[in-house]
Design a protein around this ligand. Structure first.
Ligand SMILES: Nc1ncnc2c1ncn2[C@@H]1O[C@H](COP(=O)(O)OP(=O)(O)OP(=O)(O)O)[C@@H](O)[C@H]1O
Ligand SMILES: [Mg+2]
Length: 256
């Protein structure tokens, strides 16, 4: 199992969260080694975003603990950056400044912001306003902003959900390329099982507030959709998501 110091090792122990008397997370246990790319799938409302917010330190757990490199997470997670379905750019700032915001607009922020913009192939749009960019370009700026500080943990909450199929595949390739280069830990929430299998080392299903499937994807990267092995894995995950298979599917991936 791979491990590095460019990412963060996450350990989630018996995490529970209730909103009022509704228990959303009912004891999540996860061990994510540094540098791993994990995808989380599950039906709408099952608690995926709630779990990500806990990992980001934005939510107080009802019970349980989260550890990062063996240190208990008690407040905002300084190692984590978020990317959402909408780019959430500041409309009154130009593209470069939007990335600079992630850097606190301090020191040599322009240089760093430009480097990040280059990574997403948008350097020529540095002085544009967000409003003149396409949806895909805005998401690339959001990715550059999230990565500008070289985070050890990238949290992706359906970041490609609003994009057309082709742009989506391009973005998946870009995310994979940058993840390979920077080797951060990545946790991606997605509704798209094919996307999960394309990008992740491991696919996790949350159901009824718990992890009901945890399987490793060992297909060589970059992964070609439509291949036999890819298709088999996709049907296996889909049948689990659609509950055609009632048995929990927890492969031995919990040890580091
Ligand atoms: N701040 C809150 N107060 C009360 N209930 C909340 C709060 N945040 C989330 N919930 C509830 O917790 C449940 C899980 O929400 P969450 O947003 O985590 O789901 P999700 O799996 O991300 O869904 P989707 O796929 O639709 O984004 C939902 O029933 C939601 O209404
Ligand atoms: Mg959500």
């Amino acid at each position: 199992m791979k491990s590095n110091d460019k990412g963060i090792h996450l350990k989630i122990k018996n995490l529970k969260k209730a909103f009022g008397n509704v228990e959303v997370l009912k004891g999540i246990n996860l061990n994510i080694p540094s540098g791993e790319f994990v995808a989380i799938v599950g039906k709408s409302g099952c608690g995926k975003s709630t779990l990500l917010r806990h990992i980001a330190g934005l939510e107080k757990e009802s019970d349980g603990e989260i550890f990062q490199n063996s240190e208990r997470l008690g407040s905002i997670n300084k190692h984590a950056r978020f990317m959402f379905q909408d780019a959430r750019l500041l409309p009154w700032e130009r593209v470069l400044e939007n990335i600079g915001v992630g850097l606190g607009l301090k020191d040599n922020w322009k240089e760093q912001a430009l480097l990040s913009l280059k990574q997403v192939h948008l350097e020529e749009r540095a002085s544009d306003w967000p409003s003149v960019l396409s949806g895909g370009q805005r998401q690339r700026v959001a990715l550059a902003r999230a990565l500008a500080t070289k985070p050890k943990l990238l949290l992706l909450d359906e970041p490609l959900g609003a994009l057309d199929a082709l742009t989506r595949i391009e973005m998946q390739e870009l995310i994979e390329t940058i993840w390979k280069e920077q080797q951060f830990t990545a946790v991606l929430v997605t509704h798209d099982v094919a996307e999960a299998i394309t990008l992740a080392d491991r696919v996790i299903l949350i159901e009824d507030g718990q992890v009901s499937m945890d399987i490793r994807v060992t297909l060589p990267r970059p992964r070609e959709r439509g291949g036999n092995a890819f298709g088999k894995l996709e049907s296996k995950v889909l049948s689990q998501v659609m509950k055609k298979n009632q048995q929990p599917l927890l492969e031995d991936v919990t040890t580091v």
